[in-house]
Design a protein around this ligand. Sequence first.
Ligand SMILES: [Zn+2]
Length: 387
Amino acid sequence: MVAIDEQETVELLKELIRIDSVNPDLVPDGAGEAAIGEFVRAYMADSGLEVVVQDSAPGRPNVIGTLRSANPVSGKSLMLNGHTDTVGFGKMDIDPLDPVERGGRIYGRGSADMKSGVAAMLSATAAVVRSGIRLSGDVIVAAVVDEEYASIGTETLVKDFGADAAIVTEPTNLSLTVAHKGFAWIEITTRGRSAHGSDSSSGRDAIMMMAEVLQSFRQHDQSQLATRNHPILSPPSLHASIIEGGKELSTYPDTCRLQLERRTVPGETQASIEVEIADILDGCRLRDADFSAESAVLFYREPLEIDRSDSVVKALHASFQDVAGRSPEYTGSAGWMDSGILCASGIPTVVFGPSGDGFHGAVESVDRDSVVQCAQILANTIVSFCA
Ligand SMILES: [Zn+2]
């Protein structure tokens, strides 16, 4: 087993918490990832990794450290991926930037989401280097920006970096998260005809048309989506998010715009969602000859799914068993993560990280031992997967 330095891992986490890295797109005066990126760069370089800084946007650096294989016959490469940004502080009941350790937990903004996962992957890789074990495949450690907003970090990363498999170290309570949902943001615009409120023969009411659309979507959600079962995820769903239309009380509204969110499960695609919307709008047209609407998918994120027989899942499973003395749990997550981008770019990806609490909340903390255990399991996984 690779020896993890427990104290160093915990101190590293505390150092990361002390560096303000609030996402500047979420919070206008957020500090951003430049300072934490520089800290991570130095840590990786000191650990003996080959470091590349990749700007996702000005002042928003991904920091990528590679541990090169020692073997000319190349084995499988493994990417570890974690984000360095955090959400804002809001009204926190703890000091967000001064980590306190109490009752086996470490408190602070990002302690769980996800500076603990970043500390675990950095410490694990440093321990592998120190062990002197020769690997046949590269280890790519990616500390990325902007996961909490638009994920420009991992999107930029996959343009230049790939691997045979990836582990995203978001907090999973040390379970193996093998699936999560994706989502689509959809806009529907209904087209009516503007007319004086008294002129019912000329006016076509775009808001009433949208009522028909909403009714159809609700029915679709309840009768179709709610019955789609996935082995570990809850059914797909949709909800209306934003609606606007109309100008004044005495006028037929000529347009109404609706934005809605559709949460997807593995197997659903952007194309299948587009067909679904077209069918719903066709149904509205059949019931009302004057119905007119167009739709667009504004933004789309893929869901994640990886087979339990995939080699990275098996390596992680075996390593977990060695360290914890029991089999790991397998979980699915309703929320979307950067793993969706890695999976969509063709890298089999699993999510595995420490046990945290209070993500984005007033009291955020992580279980200290789970961070050390996570580092230990990651180090052993690196050695077995990249052997
Ligand atoms: Zn996160």
